[in-house]
Design a protein around this ligand. Structure first.
Ligand code: NAP
Length: 248
C-alpha cells in the first residue's frame, strides 16, 4: 500500500493510461479523483475504480473547469498528494495539412491544459506532493505526422524541469513519464482509417526492441514509482517507458 491515505487527482483518468493509473493507485490505498469530458466513461470508470472515487466532468482547456475540479476534490477529500497531468490527444497529420484549428486543438489540450492543470492545483497541493506530467517519446524523436503533437509533448517535458525548480522549496517533486507506444483507445481517436492505423502500428511495432506495444498497467507501475516515496530523491526527471524504442 504505497499510497495509503493519499489523495490522487488524475486528468484523463476515465480512459487508457489514466484509467490504468487510477486503478493501480486505488489498489495502493489512494483516494482517487478522475477528470475528463465524457460523462459515460467517467461513470463507468468511477464504478470500476471503487466507490470512493470522485468523477468530475470538465475540459482541461477551461481554467474554470479546472478550478471546479480542485475545489470539488478538496471539498470531498482535503488536500492533494499526487497530481497526474495525463489528459491528452493525438492527431497525426503531415505538416502541409495541419491547419490552425488542428494546431490549436493539440496545443490547447496537451500544453495549455497541462500548464493550467498544474497552476490551478498549486494552492490545493500538500507540501511534498508529487506531480507527474505524462509526455511521450515523441518529445525527443522525429516521427512523421507528429510535428505539433511532439512539440506539445516537448513543452510538457520542459515544464517538469522549470516547475521542479520553482516548487522544490515546498518539497513538491515534478517528474515526467514518457510512454512509448501503448495500447489504448487514443489510436482509435486519431481520425485515421483502420488501414492507416494498421500500417502505423506495424511501422512502430517494428521499431520496438521488445517487439510489442506496452500496456496501461505497465505505465501505471512506472507512475506509481514517481508518485510514491520510492522516488523521494527524483525531481525534474524523465522516466521513459517504451520497450527500449528510444534507448536501444
Ligand atoms: P486515451 O485513452 O484517449 O485517453 C485520453 C484521456 O484524456 C481520456 O480520458 C480523455 O477523456 C482525456 N482528455 C482528452 N482531452 C481532454 C480534455 N480536453 N479535457 C479533459 N480530458 C481530456 O489515450 P491514452 O493513450 O491513455 O493517453 C493518455 C496520455 O498519454 C496522453 O497525454 C497521451 O498523449 C499520452 N501518451 C499516450 C501514448 C500511447 O501510445 N497511448 C504514448 C505516449 C503518450 P475525455 O475524452 O472524456 O475528455
Amino acid at each position: 500500500m504505497k499510497l495509503e491515505n493519499k489523495v490522487a487527482v488524475i486528468t484523463g483518468g476515465n480512459s487508457g493510461i489514466g484509467l490504468g493509473i487510477a486503478r493501480e493507485f486505488a489498489k495502493q490505498g489512494a483516494s482517487i479523483v478522475i477528470f475528463g469530458r465524457s460523462a459515460g466513461t467517467l461513470e463507468s470508470a468511477a464504478a470500476e475504480i471503487g466507490s470512493m472515487t470522485l468523477a468530475v466532468q470538465g475540459d482541461v482547456t477551461s481554467v474554470s473547469d479546472l478550478d471546479r475540479l480542485f475545489e470539488s476534490t478538496v471539498q470531498k477529500f482535503g488536500k492533494i498528494d499526487v497530481l497526474v497531468v495525463n489528459a491528452g490527444v493525438a492527431r497525426p497529420e503531415p505538416v502541409e495539412q495541419v491547419d490552425e484549428a488542428a494546431f490549436d486543438f493539440l496545443s490547447d489540450i496537451n500544453f495549455k491544459g497541462a500548464f493550467f492543470t498544474v497552476q490551478r492545483a498549486l494552492p490545493h497541493l500538500n507540501d511534498r506532493a508529487s506531480i507527474i506530467l505524462n509526455s511521450s517519446i515523441s518529445n525527443s524523436i522525429g516521427m512523421p505526422g507528429m510535428a505539433v503533437y511532439g512539440a506539445t509533448k516537448a513543452a510538457v517535458r520542459s515544464l517538469a524541469r522549470t516547475l521542479s525548480a520553482e516548487l522544490l522549496p515546498r518539497g513538491i517533486r515534478v517528474n515526467t513519464l514518457s510512454p512509448g507506444a501503448i495500447e489504448t483507445p487514443i489510436w482509435g481517436r486519431t481520425g485515421l482509417q483502420q488501414e492507416e492505423l494498421d500500417q502505423m502500428a506495424s511501422n512502430i511495432g517494428s521499431q520496438i526492441p521488445m517487439g510489442r506495444f506496452g500496456t496501461s498497467s505497465e505505465m501505471a507501475k512506472a507512475a506509481l514509482f514517481l508518485a510514491s516515496d520510492d522516488s523521494s530523491y527524483v525531481a525534474g526527471a524523465e522516466l521513459v517507458a517504451d520497450g527500449g524504442m528510444t534507448q536501444i
